[in-house]
Design a binder for this molecule. Structure first.
Ligand SMILES: NC(=O)c1ccc[n+]([C@@H]2O[C@H](COP(=O)([O-])OP(=O)(O)OC[C@H]3O[C@@H](n4cnc5c(N)ncnc54)[C@H](OP(=O)(O)O)[C@@H]3O)[C@@H](O)[C@H]2O)c1
Length: 163
């Protein structure tokens, strides 16, 4: 059984992206993302891969999911289905699903931990994260950030375990 975690930043209206880009810039969140995922596998859809400012993400094993048969991307592992991605994951460590919308949805049933950044603001968007039901997920960590001078909104770092 693979150890699968989802890491994502979500607006109050569940928005996560628009025009294949993020909706905000939160340096503290990027720092947290780097710390948590460093030296691990990061698994993503092809649209998210091409939205990254640096490709592939350094100091991590990047795995890209695509439907295009035999497509290869330099210095990345490829998977052509969700099942193949799970099969190729690291058995000894946490594996991080880093987006985007379609990939998060498909991995929700397979994940056992969620690292959520709740951005306390609504955004117009074309990509959304599914509802996190407390019937299935237990909040185990919460840190409110309400004094970040770089952002005009507050946000909360949360961690959930699958019940
Ligand atoms: N807020 C956050 O934390 C966060 C994090 C990451 C991304 N995002 C945002 O999310 C948005 C991108 O999400 P998205 O849903 O448009 O794209 P995506 O999930 O990143 O990638 C979609 C692509 O993944 C491949 N794919 C998906 N499911 C597959 C399957 N079952 N088998 C094989 N290939 C599969 C397909 O690639 P092919 O077309 O090559 O077949 C598909 O076009 C952007 O706006 C991005 O900024 C937000």
């Amino acid at each position: 059984m693979k150890n699968i975690s989802i890491i994502v930043a979500i607006a109050s209206n569940n928005a996560i992206g628009k025009d294949n880009d993020l909706l905000w810039h939160i340096s503290k969140d990027l720092k947290r993302f780097k710390q948590i995922t460093k030296d691990h596998y990061v698994v993503m859809g092809k649209r998210t891969y091409y939205s990254l400012p640096v490709q592939p993400l350094p100091n991590r094993t990047n795995m890209i999911i695509t439907d295009v048969p035999d497509e290869e991307i330099d210095n990345c592992l490829m998977a052509y289905s969700i099942e193949e991605a799970i099969d190729k994951m690291d058995s000894s460590k946490e594996n991080f699903i880093i987006g985007g919308g379609s990939i998060y949805k498909q991995f929700m049933p397979h994940a056992n931990k969620l690292y959520i950044t709740r951005v306390h603001k609504d955004y117009e968007a074309d990509t959304f994260f599914p509802e996190i039901s407390l019937d299935y997920w237990e909040l185990i960590y919460e840190q409110h950030i309400d004094n970040d001078p770089q952002n005009d909104f507050t946000y909360t770092f949360e961690i959930y375990n699958k019940k």
